[in-house]
Design a protein around this ligand. Structure first.
Ligand SMILES: O=C(O)[C@H]1O[C@H](OP(=O)(O)OP(=O)(O)OC[C@H]2O[C@@H](n3ccc(=O)[nH]c3=O)[C@H](O)[C@@H]2O)[C@H](O)[C@@H](O)[C@H]1O
Length: 433
């Protein structure tokens, strides 16, 4: 049986020459030490090899399962992407719309496609509100030749792949964690989508060659506790009242950095309480409609000193015109491959209606269109991120984007109610009490 001393492999190859004929006690001692060191070394090698093979097996399993479960990738998928992104005529835009299965995303995607631009959608179909509504919007888009990729902004590999397959001239970034009051329940979802997701997207945009121009959704909520009305873009925005508002404000600063360092063309749009058909079920006009029809009470918040809350409610078709106007006037990004070549446009616009309406008036318009009386429960506005009023000054958007809202709340809600009843029916699947 060979002893450990017979091990033919020195621990440091070529450093020691083992002389088996040398029987000096010192040498024997040295030899024993040396042998145990080499044994240790062998064991270490063995353990490293074992760990390495375990890790590579794990990554094989991970990538294998990703390949099996991923909802994207493959030749057919790339073909769908390219077809969807193809503009007619070729001089038109090729736009990546994030949040395409969302309320504003769906309307903007349809409007772009209708005028001949190429559109690829991206949406993670999260369950913040009923994902079946998002799936229905996706079907609508698909019927109009718009391909919506199911994926998240935080999946950088996917984002990179989209830009590898398609040369996007523009990005319309609408994906976000929305909702002012929900930020108290799930603060991290705002950081994930509105901060981390935004940075991921900008990283990919800045490295793209050519870089796209970016238009993205900020929010009227950045004005926070500002009391000067109407709100102008130059007014202070350093007093956010909610984490949602704070993440949108942070987005404005983050996009400024990417404009400054990498030459990305950036346009931020401060939307003012957008409403309309295919809207968001979490918003007041939508949930009020549902509750009124189901005979359930609605909670109407009221400000300090019994002052009614008011919003500059803005109809979706007007917002879409503002978005398209922004894309068309965005100007080019100047960088390529992550290097800035010159100054690029950095713009921020209010997209509002310029005529605030109180929440009780909103309710009475809904009652009229629904022909049902609401069971109102009026309570003092809880300190949960809400602001008492919003009112947009839109002179910048008017002069630079040709933005001109034309739909008042009466008319817009009539269209919303018509859509709501055709989509859900009168009772939203439940009997009226
Ligand atoms: O402009 C924006 O940037 C934001 O607009 C929207 O926020 P808000 O203006 O707060 O809209 P929304 O929730 O419809 O509440 C409307 C009014 O009804 C009141 N309200 C609300 C709920 C309720 O149960 N009762 C009530 O009185 C409430 O107090 C408020 O006065 C978007 O959701 C947000 O994502 C963001 O885009």
């Amino acid at each position: 049986m060979p002893s450990l001393e017979d091990d033919p492999f020195p621990s440091t190859p070529g450093k020691f020459k083992i002389d088996h004929r040398n029987h000096h006690p010192m040498n024997r001692h040295f030899h024993r030490c040396f042998s145990s060191t080499s044994t240790l070394f062998l064991w270490a090698l063995f353990l490293i090899a074992l760990t390495a093979s375990y890790l590579s097996f794990q990554s094989f399993v991970d990538s294998g399962s990703r390949y099996l479960t991923a909802s994207w990738g493959g030749i057919q998928w790339e073909k769908q992407l390219r077809n969807s992104a193809l503009p007619h005529p070729p001089s038109s835009l090729s736009v990546l719309v994030t949040g395409a299965a969302g309320f504003v995303g769906t309307h903007v995607s349809l409007a772009l496609k209708k005028r001949g631009d190429g559109v690829v959608g991206l949406d993670n179909f999260n369950s913040y509100y009923d994902p079946s509504l998002k799936k229905a919007r996706k079907s609508l888009l698909s019927n109009h030749g718009i391909f919506v990729v199911e994926g998240d902004l935080n999946d950088v590999v996917l984002l990179q792949k989209l830009f590898d397959v398609v040369v996007f001239t523009h990005v319309m970034h609408l994906a976000a964690q929305a909702g002012v009051r929900y930020a108290m329940e799930n603060p991290n979802s705002y950081v994930r989508s509105n901060i981390a997701g935004l940075v991921n997207l900008l990283e990919v945009c800045k490295s793209a060659n050519p870089q796209p121009a970016v238009v993205w959704a900020s929010s009227s909520s950045v004005y926070g506790l500002n009391e000067k009305v109407p709100f102008s873009e130059s007014d202070r925005t350093d007093q956010p009242a909610s984490l949602y508002a704070a993440t949108k404000k942070a987005g404005e600063e983050i996009t400024h950095t990417y404009n400054h360092i990498y030459g990305l063309s950036i346009t931020g749009l401060r939307f003012f309480t957008v409403y309309g058909p295919w809207g968001r079920p979490d918003m007041a006009y939508f949930s009020f409609t549902r509750n009124i029809l189901q005979g359930k009470p609605i909670t109407v918040y009221r400000g300090k000193n019994r002052v009614d809350l008011a919003r500059d409610f803005t109809y979706i078709d007007d917002i879409v015109k503002g978005c398209l106007g922004s894309l068309d006037t965005s100007g080019k990004s100047t960088g390529s491959g992550g290097k800035k070549k010159g100054a690029a446009p950095y713009r921020i616009f209010n997209l509002g209606n310029t005529s605030p309406v109180t929440v009780p008036t909103l309710v009475s318009i809904l009652e009229k269109h629904l022909k049902v009386k609401a069971k109102k429960k009026v309570v003092e506005m809880p300190g949960n991120g809400d602001v008492p009023f919003t009112h947009a000054n839109i002179s910048s958007a008017r002069s630079q984007l040709g933005y001109k809202p034309t739909t008042d709340l009466q008319t817009g809600l009539k269209k919303f109610v018509k859509w709501y009843l055709s989509y859900y029916g009168y009772n939203h699947g439940k009997p009226v009490n």
